[in-house]
Design a protein around this ligand. Structure first.
Ligand SMILES: [Zn+2]
Length: 496
């Protein structure tokens, strides 16, 4: 049994979650559910990054004690699991998980050959929690936040990243560390080839407001938030403890897959693998990078009002987890940004889920009820005109597997959608109601049998993507006492 470990990044909790966070969580959940369904042993991990200076500043601005502020927002992230029907096996909160600090301390010590102290002056963006060189700025402003970075001068611990250009390049070009999409892999290689500079991995405890993990043996310094945060992928496996989970999910021969947004690519594809090499640990096997969502054409800013407008839990409460998941999976491309609006969510759900899928299942169950007393006709040869539908049913599993191997969620959902699309076409063409009137029992049996097979396949193949809807469809397609239940809608229409 293959062990597959799937992680999302751990977001800062300086604000409540927005739809962009939901994208990564839903993608990871789909992969986890699909892999479990394929027989892998899966561990899906999510969490929050509590030890950030950004959280401290946001709490101060809100006039709330840091602990209370961090707890409140972290709870909102945790609540997404229920709201969006996610199945994380573990949820780590870096400030209060007892496994985290011993793991980070062990990691730090394991890297000690590459750690040294140095006086440093640079331009620091608190929004990004990173230093920038002047060349990386846009007209003197942070490319992510459009703010002017702070000039900071201090003595810090540094990590000898410069040593790892060769080994990193080799791991990436040989595919031992797979980075998708290819454009992101090339971006990382270009960054490595431009020369890797050592990076700061601590800051004075004073500037961190006393928040964070002290450097082992140097309590005047706090471990830099990125070093701390990246460690979560192994500290949650109890890297600092007895290591049983660590042996199973990280040190073993399985898959170790990180999902992340383009803004944190370098940390995950350069710094993190170098830290792992330095500390003598295996690399991740895969990194999948998604682009960003905008909302109504605008960057989802951290302003409370803008975030509130696209809060995934609120959207799921109003429109259902299925509709939110379907939009994220069907409309967000593998490469390129996507724009979220409630109108698009409603249009996509009504068009495909209510009118396409839901209507199909409803009609098929109703026809089997009306013409066959709820008894599903047994297997029959594929009737004329049903060849494309039969092919769509038989190919769906393989197509979904291949698409998810490439992290292509649109392609994967297209394979499910093809079943519904072909089935609706087949209903219009085969006209079961005419066959019933014409008393063509064998032909009608063959048509209904194929349509029932299509609905069952939809329930099965849809399960990783829309688990709640899949369960309802499967319920409609499962006879009890030999008969299907009475038809009941599997999706409600959202539009007016
Ligand atoms: Zn920034």
């Amino acid at each position: 049994m293959t062990a597959t470990y799937i992680t999302t990044t751990i977001p800062y909790v300086n604000a409540r979650p927005h739809i962009g966070h939901a994208l990564e969580l839903v993608q990871a959940d789909v992969l986890a559910r699909f892999r479990r369904g394929s027989g892998d042993a899966v561990r899906f991990q999510a969490g929050t990054d509590d030890n950030s200076l950004k959280n401290v500043l946001a709490a101060e601005a809100a006039g709330v004690p840091v602990r209370e502020f961090v707890d409140r927002n972290a709870e909102a992230f945790l609540a997404l699991a229920g709201a969006l029907s996610l199945t994380p096996d573990d949820f780590i909160r870096t400030s209060r998980d007892p496994r985290h600090r011993p793991g980070v301390e062990r990691f730090w010590r394991a890297c000690s050959a590459d750690l040294y102290r140095k006086r440093y002056e640079g331009l620091y963006c608190t929004g990004c929690e990173q230093f920038y060189t002047p060349a990386e700025l846009n007209g003197g402003r942070c490319p992510e936040h459009d703010t002017v970075p702070q000039q900071v001068s201090e003595e810090n611990w540094f990590f000898r990243l410069s040593r790892y250009a060769g080994p990193l390049r080799q791991a990436i070009t040989t595919g031992r560390l797979r980075i998708e999409p290819a454009g992101r892999r090339n971006e990382v290689l270009a960054f490595i080839d431009a020369g890797l500079a050592d990076f700061s991995v601590s800051r004075p405890a004073e500037r961190a407001g006393g928040w964070g993990i002290p450097v082992p043996g140097d309590p005047g310094q706090v471990i830099y938030v990125w070093f701390d945060a990246l460690c979560n992928y192994v500290t949650a496996l109890d890297y600092g403890g007895d290591g049983e989970a660590y042996q199973r999910w990280w040190a073993g021969g399985g898959n170790r897959v990180h999902l992340l947004g383009k803004g944190v690519l370098r940390f995950h594809a350069v710094c993190w693998p170098a830290m792992l090499l330095s500390s003598g640990q295996p690399l991740p096997t895969g990194i999948f990078v998604h682009d960003y969502l905008t909302a109504g054409g605008r960057k989802i800013s951290k302003s409370a009002a803008a975030v509130a407008a696209v809060e995934p839990a609120a959207l799921a409460a109003e429109y259902g987890a299925d509709a939110v998941r379907w939009w994220l999976l069907r409309e967000v491309p593998r490469v390129g940004d996507a724009d979220f609006t409630v109108e698009r969510l409603i249009a996509r759900a009504d068009d495909e889920l209510a009118n396409g899928l839901g209507n199909l299942v409803n009609r098929v169950v109703a026809m089997i009820g009306r013409y066959r007393g709820g008894r599903v006709p047994g297997p029959a040869p594929v009737p004329p005109g049903g060849e494309d539908l039969d092919a769509a049913i038989r190919q769906a599993g393989d197509l979904i597997g291949a698409a998810l191997e490439e992290f292509d969620f649109r392609q994967a959902t297209a394979a499910v959608w093809a079943i519904a699309d072909e089935a609706n076409r087949f209903v219009s063409q085969a006209r079961p109601w005419d066959l019933a009137k014409a008393v063509a029992p064998e032909r009608l049996d063959a048509v209904l049998s194929l349509l029932a097979r299509a609905c069952s396949a939809l329930g099965k193949e849809l399960a990783p993507f829309l688990p709640d809807a899949a369960a309802r469809i499967t319920g409609q397609c499962t006879p009890s006492g030999g008969r299907l239940p009475a038809p009941s809608p599997v999706f409600r229409r959202l539009g007016r």
